[in-house]
Design a protein around this ligand. Structure first.
Ligand code: ADP
Length: 272
């Protein structure tokens, strides 16, 4: 259902808007087939980073390399065959059915005027089934619940057959079963995964490595057990927590201590 996993390298990325630096000196690598998580407090630049990787935002400095090729030199379709994104909200879908929205994911593989062929329709049907929304295929996309919409957007990304699948808060509207399914799917597929996640325990369970953003900079990177320490949670998020090792998975398991968090102040502020 996907192409071949690609390598993603982000080098020295800076993004500015209205004289404000939202990202600065970002370096990130995802090896082919790896699942990399991007975590950090609200406003730390995670979505902006994903948009730079996908190409909807143009960085002021630095490069995004996909299998060694500068992504800014790729055409829109060429880039969309390599990188698919599941955004937090879907623009340009008003009035469309779920099947039509998912079928949009086939456009990088077709000519501008070309209709879906039998192969495209089969891929769309399979993707709808994979994410459990086949029964909704004829319904209007904008009439779905948040979770159903999210799953349809995952299906749209799957039919793009990308080598890199980037998901912005994919678990936002999903109940726990679908959270586990969507994240499990990213791990199972032959794809490089770039996941923006709020839930650090899910990030620890599903990601090979994590990058922590704060104020538009990478403040920590490494395997979940290296990164998710009690010190980091206090410094970056301003919360008190205990981090144990999960007895079954071996992943770090965070238990937050809300009553002790009131006195903890995060060290890093937003980017200037
Ligand atoms: P995150 O995804 O980590 O919550 P974002 O990447 O959405 O963070 O935003 C990072 C910062 O950039 C925030 O302070 C946000 O308000 C600001 N920001 C994002 N987009 C714009 C924009 N187009 N113009 C001005 N500020 C923006």
């Amino acid at each position: 259902m996907t192409g071949r996993p690609v390598e993603l390298v982000v080098e020295g990325l800076r993004y500015e808007v209205d004289g404000r630096t939202l990202l600065d000196g970002i370096g990130l690598t995802a090896r082919p087939g790896e699942t990399v998580g991007v975590v950090g407090p609200n406003g730390s630049g995670k979505t902006t980073l994903l948009r730079c990787v996908y190409g909807t935002l143009r960085p002021a400095a630095g490069r995004v390399l996909i299998d060694g090729a500068d992504a800014s030199a790729l055409g829109v379709k060429e880039r969309a065959r390599r990188v698919a994104v599941v955004p937090q909200d879907a623009a340009g879908t008003f009035g469309l059915t779920v099947r039509e929205v998912v079928s949009m994911g086939r456009s990088p593989h077709k000519r501008f005027w070309e209709q879906d062929g039998p192969d495209d329709r089969l891929r769309v049907a399979r993707a709808l089934e994979t994410v459990g929304v086949s029964a909704l295929a004829g319904r209007r996309f904008d009439g779905l619940s948040g979770g159903e919409r999210q799953r349809a957007l995952v299906a749209r990304a799957l039919v793009q057959e990308p080598g890199l699948l980037a998901l912005d808060e994919p678990t936002n509207h999903l109940d726990i079963r679908y959270q586990l399914e969507v994240l499990g799917l990213v791990r199972r597929l032959p794809v490089t995964g770039l996941l923006v996640l709020h839930d650090l325990n899910l990030a620890a369970s599903f990601c090979d490595r994590l990058y922590v953003l704060s104020g538009g900079r990478v403040v920590a990177r490494g395997r979940p057990e290296q990164v998710l320490t009690e010190e980091l949670l206090a410094e970056v998020y301003g919360v008190s927590a205990r981090v144990a090792v999960h007895p079954e998975t071996g992943a770090p398991n965070i238990v937050y201590l809300p009553e002790r968090s009131a006195g903890v102040t995060p060290a890093a502020g937003p980017a200037a």
